[in-house]
Design a binder for this molecule. Sequence first.
Ligand code: NAI
Ligand code: MG
Length: 354
Amino acid sequence: MKKRIVLLPGDGIGKEVMNSAKEVLSAIAEEFNHTFNFETHEIGGAAIDSYGTPLPETTVDACKQADAVLLGAVGGPKWDQNPSHLRPERGLLGIRKALDLYANLRPVKGFKKLLHASPLKEEVISGSDLLIVRELTGGLYFGTPSERRNNGQDVVDTLAYSRKEIERIVDKAFQAAQGRRGRLTSVDKANVLESSKLWREIVEEKKTQYPDVVVEHVLVDAAAMKLITNPTQFDVIVTENMFGDILSDEASVLTGSLGMLPSASLNESGVGLYEPAHGSAPDIAGKGIANPLAMILSAAMMLRYSFNLNDEAKLIEDAVEAILDSGFHTADLKVQNGRQVGTVEMTHLVVDYI
Ligand code: NAI
Ligand code: MG
């Protein structure tokens, strides 16, 4: 298979962990006889420094023509005082919008070796392995009007969805459930919100198309509670933008470190953007100690969701599990009697396994 992959390292540890992802993908290409052509472009603070804008046209064009995009992280203190149009984060929001990335997939898996790194009880989180499918381009964060009224003393935000917007994210979630354990939990607030009532109707309509998936509806407040009291009951969770934002941060507590969490953002034509959940970590940038596993696991998601290379993706995930099991860890992971390694050494362990 021949693929064109755009790399957007960004800033801080984004650059360091992107090197790791590239090495791991090169090892996969060699092992499975694929050709991955990498093209690196700038975004965020690095792009501001070189081009005077966080999202140069050349970067947008390259992403639109790519088969998939990998992004490190953007931001850093150097640009914190910039006016809002010259903030690195603008580059990230801009590329999500430019590519119409409406589906945000965030897998949350409690690795055995890291169970005690979570503040939650081991016996509660042991075996948890879930995927949150969050709608990313609609709902409360994009609805209009969103404004202050009456001299700023009254406010309005709007939670708006079209049938089409709900259908496409619900389809994505059903398909994801088919590729996993066949369970879908739709999270809404259908006892109160009109938008949630339509959401629930659409999930009910759609389930006839996916008879192999078992569906349940859970109200968002109850879902928030169950996520940390009984996370193993979940396989795929689908929900609207703001509920997904809140629940995915909550779910990250199951894994023990930000440095372990990958994500995918997908559009209808299948161009996906894959990035770790963490930021540019200015406090540790340049020290060679960043955990590259969230970025490497994001690359595995790219293989699975954009290229349908499931064996290749699984090999990377197995590598991560095996390396953690044998006690290797980066500084962010608290592992008893483990062997602490840096970014480069951790990357080489993954490459060697492949
Ligand atoms: P952060 O995620 O960069 O760092 C939070 C803490 O986690 C830090 O102590 C950091 O050292 C640690 N950490 C994060 N990733 C790690 C890794 N892979 N290995 C080891 N330790 C890791 O969030 P923070 O500090 O709030 O933001 C720093 C900058 O990153 C800001 O400019 C922010 O705007 C930006 N940011 C960018 C994101 C993106 O590009 N998607 C997401 C979140 C923040
Ligand atoms: Mg958030």
